[in-house]
Write a protein that binds this ligand. Structure first.
Ligand SMILES: Cc1cc2nc3c(=O)[nH]c(=O)nc-3n(C[C@H](O)[C@H](O)[C@H](O)COP(=O)(O)OP(=O)(O)OC[C@H]3O[C@@H](n4cnc5c(N)ncnc54)[C@H](O)[C@@H]3O)c2cc1C
Length: 570
């Protein structure tokens, strides 16, 4: 691929075709108030869209010419550990330098700190593109978005100290997980104590599974309130590697994303700064940090699905059996069509989520400087809720799709797919982590299920049903409506049973049904505007989704309180 952005029309379509984009740019650019202060600031909407296109063109070019060609070598070499310090695989430095030299860091940060002031939607596209080239490298590069949390909750002194450094290319990490605190972060025990003598906080203890754990700037979740055991005793801290005190004890040996160092860390009286208020570390700041990171993993997953599609179709066109290219066998063509359909549907969900995030974040940012008008406050509330409801769908579904697409990509390759010479095995291995970190798919379901039971997804679906579609898609729309009715009926039955254990058992099925219907609608909207790009995928995806919804409905019909014991394995 000559350019990982320009050669993928579907990404461009997502950026250029949403009615929300104009509002996003208007809010992000605050009526274009930077235009006289910074040469690179856009003058108007068209200028802003043009500049996003140019930025993504640069990212697409770097990925095509540096990141993707380096991916196999980075995967084979992996990072190294010496005397508590990490060095990346040698070609990871080439990747990082290319990004830094092109100014692709601090992408969403305001210009006054040296950032590019890009909307989250555009940054999401960059993330997806980088991941298509190398998901392991994307992990390191995309941790720059931790700075968003520091920007939102740190004080001005901290913003001025850290944000310009990230914009210049320093890397970040989010240090949350510990051996006894994985999905359940309320159990974090890393100790933060106030050092009266030196007038600073100190960290002591250990963290594990920390991506890029030897980064320059860490956001750390730690227990600041002695004697507490739950989330209310946790605060968030900034650790600056320049101060010292944190060593890497080991780098994990992993199944995939080899280029990304996953570290066990030891904190020995490490000096740090409190970020925001005490006791809000998990409840407010890490929740916000993780929502951003979940969108990042959704983008990483879509990038991997695109990579799986690229590899599968290229191989199937080239490989001949029984005297013809294997793509001509319907069984092979079906696998590739399914990959493409899941990719297009998942991507539509990803960008819709990113747009919702953009609007509420931009309004929140404006609210830091002035009181919002009543209609702006209502808009903030609406989009904040949409973002909160869509983020776990985008992360959970796209990560599961990346796994399925990686699996199918290997299947298309036959025996060659099992060989290390082909990229598909790396894509398959790299995809496996996406449904685990930043909250497993089970935890995405936990985050989303209240929007099933309180009727929010049903309301969103009803709103989508009001949108016009191309005349030839009316029949498809009716099929999607029938799926929504099944989802509503299953939700009502689970609620009526009024049994918490049954509710938890059914949650994943309801979650997937909601996501399937929502993705059908988003893809149908895309196919209405660009049938040449999305028409086939829509029909394939609706076939898949209809079968999935039917499967879930059948299963949910069997699950009742009497069945619960069959699902208890002690
Ligand atoms: C390669 C890699 C990189 C990582 N990077 C980072 C990082 O940068 N920073 C960081 O802080 N952490 C990081 N992590 C940690 C990661 O976020 C956790 O591994 C993940 O959240 C799951 O936690 P756990 O491994 O302790 O599994 P557990 O929490 O022990 O989960 C085990 C199983 O139980 C299920 N489960 C647990 N609770 C529930 C529940 N309430 N309902 C239903 N099912 C449940 C899970 O879905 C899973 O299937 C990384 C992990 C890996 C492997």
């Amino acid at each position: 691929m000559a350019n990982y952005y320009n050669d993928i029309n579907e990404i461009k379509f997502e950026l250029e075709n949403s009615p929300l984009m104009e509002r996003i740019v208007e809010l992000k650019e605050r009526q274009y108030e930077d235009k006289d202060k910074y040469d690179e600031a856009p003058q108007d909407f068209a200028d802003a869209m043009d500049s996003y296109d140019k930025v993504l063109d640069i990212v697409g070019d770097i990925v095509a010419n540096v990141v993707a060609p380096n991916a196999e070598a980075v995967d084979a070499e992996g990072p190294h550990l010496e005397k508590g310090r990490v060095t990346y695989a040698s070609k990871t430095y080439e990747n990082l330098n290319a990004m830094i030299q092109a100014g692709m860091n601090g992408m969403t940060m305001p210009r006054r700190y040296g950032g590019l002031n890009l909307p989250v939607t555009v940054y999401t596209a960059a993330n997806e593109i980088v991941s298509t080239g190398d998901a392991g490298f994307e992990n390191i590069w995309s941790l720059q978005d931790c700075i968003e949390t520091l920007y939102c909750f740190g004080n001005e002194e901290q913003r001025e100290k850290y944000i310009p450094r990230v914009c210049k290319g320093e890397t970040m990490s989010m240090d949350l997980t510990e051996p006894d605190a994985g999905s359940d972060l309320q159990s974090v025990m890393l100790k933060a104590t106030y050092d009266e003598e030196n007038n600073c906080w100190r960290l002591n203890g250990a963290k594990r599974f920390i991506t890029n754990g030897d980064s320059d700037i860490h956001l750390v979740l730690a227990r600041s309130e002695a004697g507490t055991r739950d989330g209310r005793g946790l605060s968030m801290f900034i650790y600056d590697k320049r101060d010292g005190g944190v060593d890497v004890r080991r780098i994990e040996n992993k199944l995939g994303i080899h280029g990304s160092p996953t570290c066990e860390l030891v904190y020995k009286n490490a000096k740090c700064e409190l970020c925001g208020d005490r006791k809000l570390g998990l409840i407010k700041y890490v929740m916000s940090l993780m929502n951003g990171a979940r969108l990042g993993i959704a983008a990483q997953s879509v990038g991997l699905s695109q990579a799986a599609y690229n590899e599968a179709i290229a191989y199937a066109r080239d490989r001949k059996q029984f005297g013809k290219a294997i793509i001509e066998f319907p069984a092979v063509a079906e696998m590739i069509s399914n990959i493409k359909a899941r990719l297009d549907a998942g991507r539509a969900l990803l960008y819709q989520t990113a747009r919702y995030v953009d609007i509420y974040k931009a309004l929140e940012d404006i609210a830091r400087d002035r009181k919002l008008e009543p209609e702006e406050r209502a808009e903030l509330k609406q989009y904040s809720r949409l973002a909160d409801a869509f983020t776990p769908l985008a992360k959970g579904m796209n990560s599961e799709y990346a796994n399925q697409n990686g699996y199918d990509c290997i299947q298309v390759h036959g025996g060659s797919g099992f060989m290390l010479e082909y990229a598909c095995q790396r894509i398959y291995r790299d995809a496996r982590i996406t449904s685990i970190y930043e909250g497993t798919t089970q935890l995405q379901t936990v985050a989303a299920i209240r929007y099933v039971t309180n009727g929010f997804y049903s309301q969103v679906i009803e709103d989508y049903e009001q949108l016009p579609v191309a005349a030839e898609l009316e029949g498809t729309k009716a099929r999607i409506k029938a799926m929504a009715e099944k989802f509503n009926a299953c939700t009502a039955a689970v609620k009526e049973a009024d049994n918490q254990e049954l509710h938890d058992l059914c949650a994943r099925h309801l979650y997937e049904m909601a996501a399937d219907v929502i993705m059908c609608h988003l893809l149908m909207q895309n196919a209405t505007k660009a049938p040449e790009l999305f028409g086939k995928s829509l029909q394939v995806y609706v076939n898949l989704a209809e079968a999935e919804v039917e499967k879930h409905a059948t299963l949910l019909g069997k699950l009742n309180p009497e069945q619960l014991d069959n699902y208890r394995q002690q």
